[in-house]
Each structure stands twice: as C-alpha cells, then as structure tokens.
Design a protein around this ligand. Structure first.
Ligand code: 7RM
Length: 645
C-alpha cells in the first residue's frame, strides 16, 4: 500500500522529525509514563503551586498531579499576556452574516475577566455547575473560560439539542446557572435558543439565573428576577472590578467540564474532565499532532458543543498560544466555497475538519475550492469517523495540493485528547488509518477475553494505561463508569471501537461495536432514539439501527410497530421525525422509518438489531445466523419492505 511521507520541507520545521524521533519519544514515555507526563506538566503548563505526585492510580480512578494548584483560564490567557504575547491574535471570528472580530490575547483576557466578574457578582463560585447553550460566537469560549477562571464546572449543550435534552442535562448536573443567547445564525436563518431554555427550565427549579447574550436582536421573553442581559450586567461593572478577577487556584482534579455523550442505554452519560491532566494533553497534542508554531493560523471547524470544540477550539489552541479561527455558520452558506473562502482570506495554515464535511463538499465539485488560493495551508486534519480513501485522496489532492500531510486523529469524548494519530513530521500516512498511538498511549487490539488478537485481525480497541486527559467518572454514577469502561477487560479502558493493527503497527479503526451510531461524526445511541420513539402515543415498539450513508457515514433508520388503530403511515412518518427532533434534537431525526407488524426477537425477547442492520445494509434478506430468531416470518416481511411503505 502506498504511504505518504511528509516532504523534507515539512520535516525540517516540525516539532518531531522522522520516525526514529517518534519512536524514541514513544519508548521514553512507555518506560516511565508518570515521569514522562510529570516533566511535561512542569514544563508546558503554569502552576500556582507545583505538584508533589505525578499519578495516583486506584483503578479505574486516577488522580494526576496531586498537591499542585492550577487554573485552565490562567493557562489559556494570563500566561500569554505575561510572556509578552498580549498583541497576538487569539481568535479570528467570522459570523455567518459576514461580521468579523479579531480578538488579541489581551482583549480576550479582558473580556473573560469581565464576564467572570459578572457571574461572580451574581454569587456563583467554584463547585457550582453552569449549562452553556450558545451559538458559535466569541462569547461561547469567553463563557467557558470565565467559568474555568472561577472553578465553575461548565457543561456545553450543543445548540442542535432540544429543550428536553437540555432539561435532562440541567437536572442531572443540578445546574444553578444557564448561559445562553437570543439566537445564532445558520444558513441565513435565526436558530432560536432562548425559547428552548425557557421550556426546559419549567422543571429545573434550582436554576437561579439565565444570562442572555444578544446576538440576533430578536424579540425574546425575559423572566423577571431570573433572566439577565449579558451586556446590561457588563455595563454595571466598575472598571476596578472588571479588571480584577484573578483566576482561582484550583486542585488539578477540580472538575473543569462535563459533556454528555451517548452510550449503550437511553440515558446519556455525563463525561467528567478535570483540570490539570486534561489541559496538559490538549496542549501537547497541539504541538505533536498539529505541529503548531507561532506563525500558524489554525482552524478547527467543529462545534464547541462537542468535545472536539472543547479540546481543539478552546483549551488546546489557547493554552498553546495559537491564533484560532472561529466560524459561526454552515459550510454551504451563502455558497459551497465558504470554507475555502475563509481559508484564503484568513491565510489558514492548519485546517481540521470531518470526513462528513469533506464528502458533502466533494459532491459540489472541484470548481469551488479551485476558485481560491489555498497556498497558506500546510497541514490538514480529520476527526469523528473513519475517513474513506476516496475522501482522503480528494482532501490530499484538491485541498492540500499533495503538499500537506493529513493527520487522521482517533479519539473520543472520554479520552479528552487525541490518542492515535500521525505526528505529521514523523509518521508517513496511509489513507484510512489513524496510524500510530501518541507517546504515553498504550493501545492493544484484543478478543472478548482480553487477549491480544495479533496483527491483521479484528478485535476490540483498548487502552492499557491511564493517561492524564482520561475521563474521571460518569457524573453522579461511578458504578456506570466502572461497568461501562473498565469491566470488559479488567484494568484496561474499553473504547467501544473495533480495530485492526497491520504489520507496520498501524491502527485501522473500524467503527463502534456497541449500539452507538455515528451520524455526521455525531454520536447517537440507538436506545436513546428508541426510547424517544416509544414516548409517542402511536408507537408500541421501536428498534433503531445505523444505515450506511454516502455523506453522513451512517443515517438513522427506525423500525416501528404501532399500537392498534388506523394510522396514516405517511403522516405518521413525518410526525415521528418531528417527535424525535423535539425529544432529542433535529440532528437525531430518523432519515427512514419503516412500519412493521413485529420486530425480530430472540426467544428471551431481545430485539436482534444485527438482523435489522443486515436488512438496511444489503437491501435484502439477512445472511447471518438466524437460529436464535423467535418468529421466522417476521424476517420475510421486513426484508420485502420498501422505504415508503
Ligand atoms: C472526537 C470524537 C468518538 C467515536 C469513536 C469512533 C469515532 C472518532 C475517528 C473515529 C475512526 C477516527 N469524539 N471516531 N475519530 N473513527 N477514525 N479518526 O469524535 O466521542 O464524539 O466520538 O467516533 O467510533 O469511538 S466522540
């Protein structure tokens, strides 16, 4: 198979140069991980008080850098200002309507201090939890960093989630503060946010305040005593207060944020990340994977509502002192060259996006990128799902002009930072492989008993040693944390992904082994959508599977049995889509809903999703083992169904 080594020019200026250098670093980390990470933590982060112990490991619970005092907001802002980088651009913001803001580190520091002062004066303090539900505007990272400054644990809820999803998260966290906006812009239309907040808070009595940033200027109701305008609170600050909001000196294990992610049951898990270890790995991977240097203009197109935005728009780039682009809207608005136009105008040198976005843009043809000067690019990155070789080749040739290495980065909400990826100046790429694990990351491919399967065989991907940015627990449910991640292969972290290692030691991640779908790089649980569907009065039972999809990787396909009655199937399909949109969020709506008289089940009554998967994949009868099936006639009727039945 063809490999793609970096050019000599790329290698010459890279942080890690050549395969030997990578191997040396990897071996050094493997020999003494605690020492390796401790030395980096001392060197790469600023501490108020040095730590005394690298790692305390009581499987599956880890504590990193015990005894130290640190603050993530300080590391992202104050330390750069103190080191003479005040004038450097931190954020290049482009709103969807075309508005722009260039924000220096000094200005960002000032804005974060002001907003931290605002919420401090409202009485919020370290240990409290805030829900953040905002569009992709600078006030979103500002809100995160203000919370981090005070030790308030934040939980960003992606703007595409519904009021129901928002409520579940606010309740699970027992949040007392919500930070939101009137709305944001997407595809030329306003995405309203405040309405969903109002609806969700009807059942969240512990939320004392909603701070609302004015973005679109549309008319929204404000609840007296509870809802407050960001700009009004800001105007009330006196200069003294605004400028004086020192970062709290926090324990490195202080909870920095919780992000909810889909698991194998209907209820999303609150993945907890803490301060010191998370920040260290977010920072290191900016150098190792993105090869960041001071003159780079870096752009990650993810939404801050997902972990990629947390680690690679906010904490990683800012802690590493990068200039980072923030774009509010959609890649196809006003035209299909919005990405290429932004890259040209802002001279982006590092561009990190998803296979789904790449595939959607390929469809629009090469004329769109070819109209633009993309010569500022020097490195490309991919995340969220396996990248198919055709998309890889297009990205490499049409966007990177065969000059730019591609880093295919494998990681998860739970891992906090990139785990498997080429170091671009050291590891030659193979299209479709995330290549080799980063230093300090010990991975293996194992069978159901936890025994290594050997090269070129498929198995479960596990991580064998604790790492600084690992998930610490599932919020409020340490038992679930233990069962979900650490019980399949005792003592190792179970990723939920299948993988294969080739003879060069390269890892090929094949996809989920559990009931989690990956739609446009968004994680969705089959159970979560099923439980939404069965809430609808017409639905008796539902089974959801992922169906291969050309652009989004997978699409949601639901098999539904109805309660007795006369139903208009066409109308009901529409209604159920809307219903799932309301229960979870528009992005979770099934693309396809098939009505059926019965679902295939085992004799013990478990739905056999594997058979449904085979039906949607092959468009015909399932080929696998069906001996456990309770009622064979179900299959024949399911397979003969067509999309519009
Ligand atoms: C960062 C992120 C995690 C799941 C993970 C995989 C899949 C992510 C890749 C990938 C193959 C990749 N966090 N995944 N990156 N599969 N190659 N480079 O996506 O928590 O939302 O999803 O995504 O299945 O388990 S996530």
């Amino acid at each position: 198979m063809t490999t793609y080594p970096p050019s000599d020019d790329f290698v010459k200026r890279a942080h890690v140069q050549g395969l030997e250098a990578y191997r040396a670093l990897y071996e050094q980390a493997k020999a003494d991980p605690e020492k390796f990470w401790s030395e980096l933590a001392q060197k790469e982060l600023s501490w108020f008080k040095p730590f005394t112990k690298g790692l305390e490991w009581n499987p599956p619970f880890a504590k990193w850098f015990t005894g130290g005092k640190i603050n993530a907001s300080y590391n992202c802002l104050d330390r750069h200002v103190a080191a003479g980088r005040s004038a450097k651009t931190a954020i290049v913001f482009e709103g969807e309507p075309g508005d722009q803001r260039i924000i220096s580190y000094q200005e960002l520091h000032r804005l974060v201090c002001r907003f931290a002062s605002v919420i401090k004066q409202l009485g919020y303090k370290a240990g409290d939890r805030a829900i953040i539900y905002m569009p992709m505007i600078p006030e979103l990272p500002i809100a995160l960093l203000a919370c981090a400054r005070l030790g308030i644990t934040h939980s960003v809820v992606f703007g595409g989630f519904s009021a129901e999803a928002l409520k579940a998260r606010a309740q699970d966290l027992d949040a007392t503060l919500v930070i939101t906006a009137d709305g944001g812009w997407r595809r030329g239309k306003e995405v309203a946010l405040k309405g969903a907040v109002d609806e969700s808070l009807e059942e969240c009595p512990n939320v004392r305040n909603v701070v609302v940033y004015k973005r679109t200027g549309s008319d929204i109701p404000m609840t007296a005593g509870r809802d407050l305008w960001w700009h009004e609170l800001d105007q009330k600050l006196n200069a003294q207060e605004a400028e004086n909001c020192p970062a709290e000196e926090l324990d490195p294990e202080h909870p920095l944020f919780v992000l909810y992610t889909s698991g194998t049951t209907g209820k999303p898990k609150g993945i907890l990340h803490t301060t010191g270890g998370y920040l260290l790995q977010a920072t290191m991977t900016m150098k190792w994977v993105f090869d960041l240097s001071p003159e780079d203009v870096y752009w990650c197109t993810a939404d801050i509502g997902w972990v990629t935005g947390h680690s690679y728009i906010v904490y990683g780039p800012l802690s590493a002192g990068a200039t980072s682009v923030l774009y509010e809207g959609s890649p196809d608005f006003p035209a299909f060259d919005r990405f290429w136009d932004i890259i040209e105008r802002h001279k982006v040198s590092i561009f990190y996006t998803s296979p789904t976005a790449i595939r959607a843009l390929i469809r629009q043809g090469d004329d769109w990128p070819n109209k633009h000067d993309l010569s500022s690019l020097r490195l490309l990155g991919s995340v969220g799902e396996p990248i198919n070789p055709a998309a890889w080749q297009w990205f490499y040739k049409v966007i990177g002009k065969e000059r730019c290495p591609i880093v295919d980065t494998w990681w998860q909400t739970e891992t906090g930072a990139i785990m498997i990826s080429p170091m671009p100046g050291a590891v030659p790429a193979k299209p479709g492989s995330a290549t080799l694990p980063l230093p300090g990351i010990i991975v293996e491919v194992v069978d159901t008993k936890g025994i290594e399967v050997g090269n070129n065989r498929e198995g479960y991907l596990i991580i064998k040693q604790p790492w600084p940015s690992m998930v610490r627990t599932v919020w409020g449910d340490p038992k679930r944390f233990e069962e979900q991640y650490w019980s399949r292969v005792p003592g190792s972290y179970f990723t939920g992904d299948a993988a294969r290692r080739d003879d060069d030691g390269y890892y090929w991640v094949l996809g989920r082994v559990d009931d989690v779908m990956n739609v446009s790089g968004h994680r969705l649980s089959t159970m979560e959508i099923e439980s939404a569907l069965v809430h609808h009065p017409a639905v008796a039972e539902a089974a959801v599977v992922g169906k291969p999809h050309e652009i989004s990787g997978q699409a949601v396909c639901a098999f539904v049995t109805l309660k007795k009655g006369e139903w208009d199937h066409k109308a009901l399909q529409q209604e159920l889509r809307q219903f799932v949109g309301h229960e979870i969020g528009p992005f979770a709506r099934p693309e396809e809903i098939r009505f059926t008289d019965a679902l295939p089940k085992t004799r013990s009554g478990k739905i056999i999703r594997r058979l449904l998967r085979e039906i949607v994949t092959s468009k015909g009868a399932p080929v696998g083992d069906i001996t456990t099936l309770e009622d064979m006639t179900v299959l024949a009727s399911l397979s003969s169904q067509h999309d519009d039945d």
